[in-house]
Design a protein. Structure first.
Length: 163
């Protein structure tokens, strides 16, 4: 139990200064000092590390772009930030792929509809006897007037499908 409490105390002692601001200065004797406390008033000092700041509220719109630029200037991202950015890029790429796949599917469907409509119009233009099946399931041959009517209708459908 005693070792555990010593280990916890050491971890806390090491972790506390990690988030503190660090200063470096040289005293009048030429000795270099490092401390988390500011040096005496008239001594020139150098700030080695800024104190950790709590995260602010999320930025939106133009402020978000400025925050991203500031974050890029601030330095390297943490592993969690890099992971979050990676997942965001993956999600955006997946959305873009889905959108592209949907557009390609629509284009394929349109091309297939156009092909079918043209084939139907060409079949009617070939001439000859045209056969249809009525509601009773019986074969009915089209007259020349019906074939002309169906040919005009098929050409209109092909023109509409092949825009």
């Amino acid at each position: 139990m005693n070792r555990l409490s010593v280990a916890i105390w050491l971890v806390l002692c090491v972790a506390l200064p990690a988030s503190a601001q660090m200063y470096k200065w040289v005293d009048s004797n030429g000795k270099v000092h490092y401390s988390d406390k500011a040096p005496p008033g008239n001594v020139k000092s150098e700030t080695l590390r800024e104190a950790a700041r709590p995260p602010g509220p999320p930025a939106t719109g133009v402020a978000k772009e400025d925050a991203n630029k500031d974050a890029a200037k601030a330095g390297p991202k943490t592993t969690a930030e890099q992971d979050q950015a990676f997942r965001k890029r993956q999600a955006e790429e997946a959305k873009a792929r889905e959108k592209q796949d949907e557009a390609e599917k629509i284009a394929r469907d349109r091309a297939e509809n156009c092909k079918r409509a043209r084939a139907a119009a060409a079949n009617l233009e070939l001439g000859g006897r045209q056969l249809r099946v009525d509601e009773k399931g019986e074969r009915v041959y089209l007259t020349d007037a019906q074939i002309a009517e169906e040919t005009a209708k098929a050409k209109q459908e092909a023109a509409a499908a092949c825009k």
